[in-house]
Design a protein around this ligand. Structure first.
Ligand code: ATP
Length: 452
């Protein structure tokens, strides 16, 4: 592509050639998130609250970008999936029917020395705790601990007990008939949703990995009740979802599927597999593909009538159930690169909280600042654009590298003479000069080149 004589040099993203001086730890990410405004501990000035996190200015943009990309891929670009947004609190009968009040639980054991509680199915957490005691620890027998979070509604006593949803899925199922009646969907079709879920986790931890409030991005795909169809769509969605994460920059070797064993499958699942990431704390799930069969629609006594044949049946469901917060955590781990002289967050440009940062070379020259402001205002409608005129230019680059900004544009004295600016690329730290009116084209070419 030739832009009036200016040919942007397209390079492979430098993540393939970087010198990484050490492995990324969870502490690296926690500290970067605090330092650069991605994620803060919830209610921090009051001592925090276990299992809750607040997303800061950078974090909220990263999260929005991820959710928008998911929505584009799962809804906008498909003709067989529609979206919806259900209420967080539902009639408690929903949770009775879905089996969550009786079966949405984890096995809990208590240390007989200090009464701390752990999940009986997470042996590594128990073993780590045993090392904290000098004497031999013994444990209570496992008992089931329900994860639903109770809330109390109404103005008269006794108040009505309801639940914050433990998974966003049920909001889709209870609206199945509404969606069929009010749109033109025909089986096979999907309903997608993004929203908050709440679980009273026994051991929140590993930063945002196991929180008590988190966001899910899920799609329920309704199919004919037929085992051949079930297997085909289960395999189809497995491939779709893992490929999507690879396109966002997660290396193939850092991802794997793990099939659930018979004794660990959720109460609703005929078949289930997790997409796992190789995190510093071990291979960990961040999306599940579940064959839910007719469990949910059956429990809610809902069915489907084929509009052509008149046949009535209870559809089966293949679900893709991803965690927004876990995906964010793993994308940060994947992107974080320690080089000899800098830390770079090599986020995919479509995910980066800021796409382009604009700097006047110095902050005390009015003509430079005015020109830089013009460039900033010009880019702002189309890109997440940041302004920085603090300190020296080198420090500004390093700060943008840590936030994952793929492009920095510097306005200097030459700009005032010939209308060209320096564009500096995050991944290579290389700089090139281009006319201001070509900036958008250059950025677009690079972003597209980087999108696999
Ligand atoms: P785990 O076994 O780790 O408790 P799960 O199998 O119960 O997870 P699902 O019910 O399949 O999780 O939920 C779908 C997705 O929602 C998970 O893959 C994860 O990304 C996200 N998720 C579930 N629980 C949490 C949590 N406590 N904190 C953050 N994300 C969560």
């Amino acid at each position: 592509m030739c832009l009036n004589g200016y040919r942007p040099k397209l390079r492979k993203p430098a993540r393939f050639v970087t010198i990484t001086v050490s492995m990324t730890t969870l502490d690296d990410i926690v500290s970067l998130c605090k330092r650069r405004g991605f994620i803060y501990p919830g209610s921090e000035i009051y001592g925090g609250i276990t299992g809750f996190w607040d997303y800061g200015p950078m974090g909220v943009e990263l999260k929005r970008n991820l959710k928008n990309l998911w929505w584009k891929h799962m809804v906008q670009m498909r003709s067989d999936v529609v979206g919806m947004d259900a209420a967080i609190i539902m009639n408690p009968s929903v949770w009775e029917a879905s089996g969550h009040t009786s079966s949405f639980s984890d096995p809990l054991v208590e240390c007989k020395i200090c009464n701390k509680r752990f999940r009986a199915d997470k042996k590594e957490e128990q073993e780590a705790h045993e090392k904290e005691h000098k004497e031999k620890t013994t444990w209570t027998e496992p008992k089931n601990f329900n994860l639903l979070t109770e809330v109390y509604l109404g103005v008269t006593e006794p108040k009505t007990k309801a639940y914050l949803r433990g998974e966003i899925t049920q909001g889709v199922f209870v609206n199945f008939q509404n969606v069929v009646d009010s749109t033109r969907v025909k089986i096979p079709f999907g309903i997608a949703q993004i929203g908050k879920a709440f679980r009273n986790e026994i051991t929140p931890g590993n930063f945002t990995f196991r929180s008590r409030e988190f966001e899910q991005m899920e799609m329920e795909y309704f199919i004919k009740p037929d085992s051949g169809e079930g297997d085909t769509w289960f395999e189809y969605w497995k491939k779709e979802r893992i490929t999507w994460y690879q396109q966002l920059g997660i290396k193939k070797e850092h991802l794997r599927f793990r099939d659930h064993q018979d004794d660990e499958r959720a109460h609703y699942a005929k078949k289930a597999t997790d997409i796992e990431y190789r995190a510093p704390f071990g291979w960990s799930e961040f999306e599940g593909i579940h064959h839910r069969g007719d469990w949910d629609l059956g429990r809610h006594k809902l069915s489907y009538r084929n509009p052509v044949t008149g046949e009535v049946f209870t559809p089966w469901v293949i679900e893709t159930s991803g965690g927004v917060d876990r995906a964010i955590l793993f994308l940060l781990l994947e992107a974080y690169t320690k080089e000899e002289k800098r830390i770079v967050l090599r986020l995919h440009p479509f995910l980066a909280p800021t796409t382009v940062a604009v700097f006047p070379l110095v902050a005390n020259k009015q003509e430079l600042v005015r020109k830089a402001r013009e460039v900033y205002e010009k880019l702002k409608p189309d890109y997440q654009t940041a302004w920085d005129d603090r300190g020296n230019i080198g420090k500004r680059y390093l700060s943008q590298d840590e936030s994952g900004t793929p492009f920095c544009v510097t306005i200097d004295f030459t700009t005032l003479e010939d209308g060209t600016v320096t564009i500096r690329y995050r991944d290579t730290a290389l700089q090139e000069r281009f006319p201001i009116d070509k900036l958008a084209e250059i950025i677009n070419v690079h972003i597209k080149e980087d999108f696999i």
